[in-house]
Design a protein around this ligand. Structure first.
Ligand code: NDP
Length: 324
């Protein structure tokens, strides 16, 4: 019997119930996919706890890798047996199998394992747009990347190194900073015990950085602005510590004519051509060996609640896989 995590109300990890589900046959434009690996992401916490709303009863999960078992009408580009991965809505990736719109799927090259795909589709495509679209890096820059030992963070450290970009990494423990360094970061700041702004100014000869990538949100927002050079860009892409509080435009002018962006991956992947281009870049950088999946922990899908507890308690590093 297929299994999935379902939610009847927003709340703590305990609201996730592991239940039997009916999957059925794919409708027009859909496929049925048997999952081999499911990706855990911080955004799943927001959908579980109500930071991001969804109709109830609800599902959870935005990323998985697997094999197509059935194809609905009008699906021309995929067939039964194809190895595929996806990220995007509708929610419901925390499942052993499910129906998915074919428009979300990308075919996996033989060289990419299911675990790698499930660790990389959401977090790796995010680094692709952060570095190639939000603030395109050319090489030679020094950037600040917060929570650098997390899922997005360890991919970013490696990708930046591949681009010839110097990373100033922040994290909450020395072990996490060491991990960021092993993945390519050059300068390490413990943002629990050190003054981030002072350290960044010291490292950059007083100038500040041209770009800060900030997935931490509320706790780091003002710090990030203070770390920017004149005309610098803050890419605020997440809220692990809480949603960024309101700020004024004068906060940007007074610090040096700054820019702030609040992007979301799914706007970048909505167009098929863009998704294909992003996935091709991701598979190329992974295929070259310059960026490797860094899977810090695996949990049985049935133990998704424990995975959420550990993620929220900042106990995880790198990417996390739920095993269906
Ligand atoms: P991570 O694996 O990076 O986990 C979150 C990390 O944030 C923690 O490990 C912790 O690292 C840090 N953190 C800082 N403050 C807190 C806090 N109060 N509670 C919990 N964690 C905290 O998660 P992901 O890689 O999945 O995602 C990273 C961020 O990027 C998230 O905010 C996520 O929502 C966002 N994101 C946004 C996307 C977009 O397109 N906008 C796409 C993908 C991710 P430490 O202990 O070192 O502080």
């Amino acid at each position: 019997m297929p299994k999935a995590i379902r939610i009847n109300q927003a709340g703590g990890p305990e609201v996730m119930q592991y239940v039997d589900v009916q999957v059925g046959e794919p409708g027009a434009g859909e496929v049925r996919i048997k999952h081999h690996a499911v990706g855990l992401n911080y955004i799943d916490v927001y959908f579980r706890d109500g930071t991001y709303e969804q109709p109830m009863p609800g599902s959870i999960g935005l990323e998985a890798s697997g094999v197509i078992e059935a194809v609905g009408a009008g699906v021309g580009d995929f067939k039964v047996g194809d190895r595929v991965a996806y990220t995007g809505r509708p929610l419901g990736a925390y499942a052993t199998e499910r129906l998915v719109p074919a428009s979300l799927l990308v075919k996996l090259p033989d060289s990419i394992e299911h675990d790698t795909a499930a660790a990389m589709m959401l977090q790796g495509l995010t680094v692709d747009y952060l570095f190639n679209r939000s603030f395109p890096l050319k090489g030679g820059e020094t950037i600040l990347f917060h929570a650098a030992a997390g899922g997005v963070g360890l991919i970013a450290c490696q990708w930046a190194r591949a681009l010839g970009v110097t990373v100033i990494a922040t994290a909450s423990t020395q072990d996490k900073l060491d991990l960021a360094k092993a993945h390519g970061a050059t300068h390490l700041i413990n943002y629990r015990s050190e003054n981030v702004v002072e350290r960044v100014k010291e490292i950059t000869g007083g100038r500040g950085v041209p770009v800060v990538y900030d997935g931490v949100g509320a706790d780091t927002f003002k710090i990030s602005l203070d770390c920017l050079a004149k005309f610098g860009t803050l890419v605020s892409f997440g809220n692990a510590s809480g949603v960024v509080p309101p700020f004024t435009l004068n906060d940007l002018s007074s610090r040096g004519s700054l820019y702030v962006q609040r992007p979301t991956l799914f706007h970048y992947t909505a167009e098929r051509a863009s998704l294909d281009q992003m996935a091709a870049r991701l598979f190329e950088v992974v295929g070259s060996g310059k960026v490797k999946a860094s899977i810090g922990q695996r949990y049985a899908l049935a133990d998704a609640a424990q995975a959420h507890r550990d993620l929220e308690a900042r106990k995880t590093t790198g990417s996390t896989i739920l095993v269906p």
